[in-house]
Design a protein around this ligand. Structure first.
Ligand SMILES: Nc1ncnc2c1ncn2[C@@H]1O[C@H](COP(=O)(O)OP(=O)(O)OP(=O)(O)O)[C@@H](O)[C@H]1O
Ligand SMILES: [Mg+2]
Length: 324
């Protein structure tokens, strides 16, 4: 297994992954807090620095880039400063941004965290969740049509903030089928009915429960949930189960439980994005579903053990496999 996984990893380089979904800018304002405002009973943050990171679907694209893949980011942004910052961040990682269209009626989705003395004091969100307009939908589809032949695997990273519409999903499933490309979906439960006939969906435990209408978290409930989703959507299902690892339900009927690697956990944020990015590159590199899931589980284990927000690098993943 180890040799096989290392072989697959060698193929990650320059695989073309199209990531479509709701892109966001994560902004952090870091400062010192030493006094209360004379204007209102609130703390005053004296700003020391501002940092930015791609969030939402664009975090999947940056995970792909950190693993040596080539990402093509498709989505929308507002006509604002946040868009320019986000595009700069993405371009700096070598991510193709030609598929990011501007919607003049929405702000770029942005989450601003104000951190005083390393404690988050406040989060400020900018977003408008309505579906994109028909003309933008059309621009997105034209771009997808133009690029699909050069893509190895498609990832839909859905945060239900407007990009993943029924028309876009139908179109993606159709053209991906026509060009024999796998489609992986990191789903939003309320969009359940959009995901029929994709290759693989990757809900976490609670999303899967909500989608299958089985909320009980027991071991037998996981089996029922996975099987029900597989049949209902006609797709392979990978349920990510936090510290319990993952369970893969394949269309052929095979079920595989992959235990999480026990390790010290620093941050659970973004493990799901690491999972889809690794799955996409592994499938693009010819891995079987089970091999892709094993690799994604190793990558996610490394991610949760990392301090800070950095993505898992190809070197870290290689080391993770060698230590198996
Ligand atoms: N405590 C943990 N210990 C080891 N591995 C973990 C732990 N938590 C998560 N993982 C790994 O990360 C994977 C994804 O985690 P999880 O199921 O929490 O996804 P998620 O809820 O979609 O994450 P996100 O919040 O990023 O969307 C798991 O399948 C597992 O491989
Ligand atoms: Mg998730």
């Amino acid at each position: 297994m180890k040799q096989k996984l290392l072989k697959i990893l060698e193929q990650f380089k320059n695989k073309n992954i199209l990531v479509i979904g709701d892109i966001m800018l994560d902004k952090y304002i870091w400062g010192d807090v030493s006094r209360i405002s004379p204007e209102a009973p609130v703390q005053v943050v004296h700003v020391q620095k501002e940092t930015y990171a791609p969030g939402g679907a664009s975090n999947v694209a940056s995970n792909v880039a950190a693993l040596n893949g080539k990402s093509f980011m498709v989505g929308i942004a507002g006509n604002d400063e946040a868009k320019r910052t986000l595009l700069n961040e993405l371009k700096g990682m070598g991510i193709n941004t030609e598929g990011i269209f501007t919607d003049n009626d929405k702000p770029t989705t942005q989450k601003v965290r104000i951190v005083g003395k390393s404690q988050q004091l406040l989060r400020v969100d900018y977003e408008k969740k309505e579906h994109v307009h028909k003309d933008i939908e059309e621009s997105l589809m034209n771009f997808l049509k133009k690029i699909i032949a050069d893509i190895d695997v498609v990832v839909i990273s859905d945060y239900a903030k407007g990009v993943i519409t029924p028309a876009i999903c139908d179109f993606l499933v159709q053209i991906s089928k026509k060009h024999s490309k796998a489609v992986i979906v990191d789903p939003k439960p309320k969009h359940l009915n959009l995901y029929s006939n994709v290759t693989l969906i990757t809900p976490n435990n609670s999303e899967a429960g909500e989608m299958a209408d089985i909320e009980d978290g027991s071991e037998s409930a996981v089996l029922e949930t996975g099987n029900k989703l597989l049949k209902y959507l006609n797709t392979n299902v990978l349920i990510t189960r936090g510290e319990k690892g993952m369970s893969l339900f394949e269309m052929g009927g095979k079920i595989t439980h992959i235990p999480a690697k026990a390790r010290e956990v620093y941050s659970l944020i973004g493990a799901g994005d690491t999972v889809v990015a690794t799955l996409a590159l592994a499938l693009a590199s010819g891995a079987a579903l089970e091999e892709a899931a094993v690799l994604a589980n190793i990558a996610a284990g490394i991610k949760v053990g990392k301090i800070g927000t950095a993505s898992v690098s190809i070197e870290e993943l290689k080391k993770g496999i060698e230590e198996l």
